[in-house]
Design a protein around this ligand. Structure first.
Ligand SMILES: Cc1cc2nc3c(=O)[nH]c(=O)nc-3n(C[C@H](O)[C@H](O)[C@H](O)COP(=O)(O)OP(=O)(O)OC[C@H]3O[C@@H](n4cnc5c(N)ncnc54)[C@H](O)[C@@H]3O)c2cc1C
Length: 324
């Protein structure tokens, strides 16, 4: 009916229905740019050894992903301790690889296998590319999301915005290992696993009741793939304020997430030096054990028992305000 899609599932259905095979054109040898245009001063180039810049690197990663990982993507993508995703986001973000090439290759990977399960895995990866497109069109049609919640009923949440707690979240000293590991990963390599992004974002917004825009800005500053549409979409989804978002009353339990998606604690050990010798049983909740870990907080910065009630109260205040 001409109105933009605000729910992902019907958007992705129509996206897939309208898909026609892509005729990829070769890379142009030369792009003519208008003469006489002066460049603004460019920032100093800093290389990142975890994500070397360039088209060749993007192709190498993509080939490796297509060779095997794409066929196990459905399960492995959620495991923070595995390298189960493509890690192409910075390359897609800066056009070192094109979306059309990714879509076309995902379709080919689907056609190349006879296993229904393997086909399903390729489709799940394609769905992620469609999420990216979905958020781009949301930002285009609803530019106000860049500054405020998509859902008008959740514009007036009385955030606590405790600066000290925000600082602890940023440097990975909340005392909740999975959250801290995520924040260390971000600071160390400029990238964070998707599941870790959801956990760290949820902790900031729902457990600490800090405005999602603060977290969004910190991610933008530190992510190599930082992109307004995807980042804003991810934050508003997590906060429950966005289009087709997680229900606002659903609050992630970071410990359950940690046990489920980092079952042996390897992700935590990798990113938190102070916890590198802590065993599997203790690592998700060290505060429950009589041990002292030098350099790591003894207790989490928030008592989870009060979280749900406090958060729901704040969200409900905003919902009530819109009625008056
Ligand atoms: C709070 C939060 C903030 C985020 N910020 C960003 C951001 O700034 N930039 C960004 O590219 N992604 C962002 N994401 C989405 C997602 O976390 C990353 O795209 C993904 O982790 C990149 O890893 P990958 O390349 O291995 O992804 P894969 O799992 O291999 O997915 C392939 C590609 O699909 C796209 N994609 C995957 N998931 C999503 C998604 N949920 N939304 C939009 N696109 C997606 C990415 O371009 C990604 O490279 C955010 C998610 C959350 C929850």
């Amino acid at each position: 009916d001409g109105r933009p899609y605000t729910v992902y599932t019907p958007y992705s259905k129509i996206w897939k229905a309208q898909y026609k095979s892509i005729n990829l054109i070769p890379t142009p040898e030369k792009i003519d740019t208008p003469a006489g245009i002066k460049s603004e001063p460019l920032p100093k180039f800093e290389s990142n050894k975890h994500f070397p810049a360039g088209e060749l690197e993007a192709q190498t990663r993509f080939e490796e992903f297509l060779h095997k990982k794409i066929y196990a993507y459905a399960n492995d993508r959620n495991r923070m301790d595995l390298d189960g995703t493509s890690s192409l986001s910075p390359y897609l973000r800066f056009g070192m690889i094109g979306l059309r090439q990714c879509v076309s290759a995902a379709k080919q990977a689907e056609a190349q296998t006879r296993s229904a399960e393997a086909k399903r895995n390729t489709e799940i990866w394609l769905n992620e590319l469609i999420w990216r497109e979905f958020y781009i069109q949301i930002l285009y049609h609803f530019p106000h999301v860049a500054n405020e919640s998509f859902n008008p009923a959740l514009k007036n949440i009385p955030w606590r915005n405790n600066v000290e707690e925000f600082e602890k979240w940023k440097v990975g000293k909340t005392g909740v290992p999975i959250v801290d590991a995520a924040m260390h990963q971000l600071k160390s390599i400029g990238w964070m696993h998707n599941r870790a992004r959801m956990i760290a974002a949820s902790f900031l917004v729902k457990d600490l009741l800090i405005d999602w825009r603060w977290g969004e800005a910190w991610f933008m500053e530190n992510l190599l793939d930082g992109d307004l549409a995807a980042n804003n979409g991810g934050w508003q989804w997590t906060a429950g304020t966005g289009t087709d978002a997680a229900p606002y009353f659903r609050i992630f339990n970071p410990v359950l997430q940690s046990v489920k998606f980092d079952p042996h604690g390897n992700y935590i050990r990798k990113w938190i030096h102070e916890l590198k010798d802590v065993d599997e049983k203790v690592i998700h909740t060290p505060w429950k054990y009589e041990i002292k870990i030098s350099g790591y907080p003894e207790q989490p910065i928030v008592n989870r028992e009060i979280v749900k009630e406090r958060t729901l109260k704040a969200y409900n205040i905003s919902k009530e305000k819109i009625k008056t």
